[in-house]
Design a protein around this ligand. Structure first.
Ligand code: HEC
Length: 140
């Protein structure tokens, strides 16, 4: 019984690890975990738009954005929904902003803290920046 629980835990861990990266992971049994089928059940809205799913993955993973931005509460940075609202109102582009091509529209007094992240986002591909924008703009 204990052994069964242990392998279940290892399996769950393997799945959660596979959700963070974009490479396929193997589970405790050595089988490839197909992350598209593993994640779609919990997040149906990301299943329909691959760019949105990629954006969320980058936001929470490689981009480290989630450390400072929560969906609907201000923490270190403004809430994602407040950023999305401002960018919609002003018809501005998050993808351009995180490529260092824009002025801060949400909280200019804290811009220096955000600016430090451009090292990460400028090194990304244009598609990755667009994916981050798609994800952030989807939060209401
Ligand atoms: C160390 C904390 C921190 C991290 C990590 C961080 N941000 Fe920010 N972010 C901030 C702060 C503080 C602001 C408010 C300053 C501002 O508006 O520029 C902000 C503002 C923003 C804005 C609004 C900019 C504007 O027009 O005012 C966007 C868009 C944004 N962040 C995207 C991101 C993305 C995408 C990532 C991940 C690649 C990220 N942030 C990571 C702290 C952070």
């Amino acid at each position: 019984m204990k052994l069964v629980l242990k392998s279940l835990a290892a399996f769950a861990l393997a799945i959660s690890v596979s959700n963070c990266g974009d490479k396929k992971e193997t589970d405790a049994m050595g089988n490839t975990v197909d992350e598209t089928t593993e994640t779609t059940a919990a997040q149906p809205e990301t299943a329909s738009d691959p760019l949105l799913a990629k954006g969320q993955e980058l936001f929470e993973g490689k981009g480290t954005c989630a450390t400072c931005h929560k969906a609907d509460a201000k923490t270190v940075g403004p809430a994602i929904k407040d950023i999305a609202k401002t960018y919609k109102e002003k018809n501005a582009s998050i993808a351009s902003f995180i490529n260092g091509e824009g002025e801060p529209l949400v909280d200019p007094s804290q811009y220096e803290i955000m600016k430090a992240n451009f090292v990460i986002t400028k090194a990304m591909s244009e598609e990755d920046r667009k994916a981050l924008e798609t994800y952030m703009m989807s939060i209401e």
